[in-house]
Ligand binder design. Sequence first.
Ligand SMILES: [Mn+2]
Length: 424
Amino acid sequence: MLKPDIIARSNDAARARLASDYDALGEHLDRRGISIDAIKAKVATYGVAVPSWGVGTGGTRFARFPGPGEPRDIFDKLDDCGVIHQLTHATPSVSLHIPWDAQPAADLTSKAEEVGLGFDAMNSNTFQDQPDQPHSYKFGSLSHTDAATRQQAVDHNLACIELGRAIGSKALTIWVGDGSNFPGQTNFTRQFERYLDAACQIYAALPTDWTLLTEHKMYEPAFYSTVVQDWGSNLLIAQHLGEQAKCLVDLGHHAPNVNIEMIVARLTQFGKLGGFHFNDSKYGDDDLDTGSIDPYRLFLVFNELVEAEGTPGFSPMHMLDQSHNVTDPIESLMVSAMEVQRAYAQALLVDREALLGFQEDNDALMATSTLKQGFRTDVEPILAMARLTAGAAIDPVAAYRASGYRNTVAEIRPQSRGAGGGIV
Ligand SMILES: [Mn+2]
């Protein structure tokens, strides 16, 4: 963790300017009938989970170019995640990936407590083979043609639940790479039946206060067909399994130009929106930093979420899931968490009563202008003031760079090797 005086010094340089910007924005919002302090209070309680795998440098199918001081294990990762939360006050929990992060529960919880974090959803991994694993996932896991391989994948998910229970997690996220690379390679129906059967076994072991999140993805690693390829298949799974099964929407897992915010609305309407993996995308599952390509789409997703706020039982989980190939992962994760928070704040500013009126009157131009007014508002002073009030940094990236954290950890963490691909 960083010494508090590093953050205080950084904040002192920006405090007066922020106060003036906050007052100016407050005056502007007041004219729109919005209390800036009320928005700030809501933003201050908002949190998005950091993926443990996100603090290491990612890569492509071709190569990975590691940076200095990369985390060696989950305990180093939790240190990095602790710094991200310390500086942003926007990332109170970490999502673990098993077996990458498998360690005794007591060690995980004591480290998390030390760095002031909790645990978000557990993520199972049946898309790669582990050392000493009897059955290979080369041709699938939960939907494999071989019963013993399916059972091995089910057992792994049950182990994830068991560890998650011991560390205070409340959800399991399942994503499988199962699919096919050639037309005719698999029977779509039989393969999906096998998947559903295996998923039912996992669902049966779910604690009563847990959610089972299934994540769809259009393609990759299977390039012809994928078992859980779209939100339709995902919804069928959630409906088939039961009440505690819900759909997870990863923003990058759709075809280009797909109307993701409408998928969010549909899943919300039928009580099946379970959570998000936030990231951004230009062409496919690019895993780019959240809000870096299309911040308006992120805002439109949050517009649906704010619209649904207060609906009984509506509490989707929010996680980042992205790969940092050319940036310091800590900086990318801080900026991304703030982008998610920004979209939330902007969506809170939408005049919903006016919007509904224009919708009812079929005034398309005024409806879309009303919506966009939220997006056009620069809410940075609200986010920065929420951070300052919480003891975090007005400018997290500046404070992080001034702290020299990366160089400090690089002294104790050996340079990691860069060979090979590194998709995360
Ligand atoms: Mn994801």
